[in-house]
Design a protein around this ligand. Structure first.
Ligand code: DX5
Ligand code: ZN
Length: 234
């Protein structure tokens, strides 16, 4: 039997005025982790969560917290998110390479790169590990895998939407990257964006073991049923 499926609740679709309640609902439904989308309005066209919210969530759950940093210069913030209580810190590969010409300006998205600076990225991954946290690399749909950093990662997160918002459509372009990781990578393989009952089977078939979901989970009347449906794909 392969590794069991874990569901990570992306709180971007939670009720932010009732976050504690939604955290408890997710725990009761059997999620394995919480996924916290931290956006700066520069790396992505949306602005969301900083370390203070991570700290607030930390007080209400013992489950692992993953901070998905969709921010420019993420290395400068690793210490802040670690101190706030994140267990897993997820760095976008596009922050460590020359950007494609089409996304070179601040208001051009999605950010994509063909040339990841592995030395710079690995230095920040080691910084995360040095703080006793798990280090993940994230690849946007248009960014190819940088296989030379995998030895320094505890996990890889493959984006199946261009980051910025919940509720977007799953991009099947993510599947070949999952398949490749399944062959060569022993750590966690996670998928983020557009995960639901229709799209999750192909992601799991391709190698994903951590399924991150926001709108499918929080949009359902019964969170437990969603978690059961996703876990049963394992
Ligand atoms: C997108 C975020 C995702 C998002 C997923 O930028 O990184 O975590 O919240 O939302 P759904 O599951 O609705 O696609
Ligand atoms: Zn995310």
């Amino acid at each position: 039997m392969g590794r069991p499926i874990e569901v990570s609740a992306s709180i971007l679709a939670a009720d932010f005025a009732n976050l504690e309640r939604d955290i408890k609902r997710c725990e009761a439904a059997g999620v394995a982790r919480f996924h916290i989308d931290c956006m700066d309005g520069h790396f992505v066209p949306n602005l969301t969560i900083g370390p203070v919210i991570v700290e607030a969530i930390r007080r209400h759950t013992k489950l692992p917290l993953e901070a998905h940093l969709m921010i420019e210069h993420p290395g400068d913030y690793i210490g802040h998110y670690a101190k706030a209580g994140a267990d897993i810190i997820q760095l976008q590969a596009e922050c460590y390479g020359r950007r494609r010409a089409a996304c070179g300006l601040w208001n051009q998205w999605p950010k994509e790169t063909d040339h990841v600076d592995a030395a710079a990225l690995c230095a920040d991954l080691k910084k995360i590990r040095g703080l006793g946290k798990k280090a993940f690399v994230v690849f946007n749909p248009g960014t190819p895998l940088a296989e030379d950093v995998l030895g320094t990662c505890d996990g890889v997160l493959i984006m199946s939407v261009n980051p910025g918002f919940a509720g977007q459509k799953f991009m099947p372009e993510a599947l070949p990257k999952l398949k490749r990781l399944k062959e060569i990578f022993k750590g966690d393989i996670a998928i983020d964006g557009g995960v639901n009952a229709q799209t999750a089977p192909s992601a799991v078939g391709a190698g994903a073991r951590v399924l991150i979901t926001a709108s499918y989970l929080f949009g359902a009347p019964d969170l437990s049923a969603v978690v059961e449906t996703l876990k049963s794909l394992g």
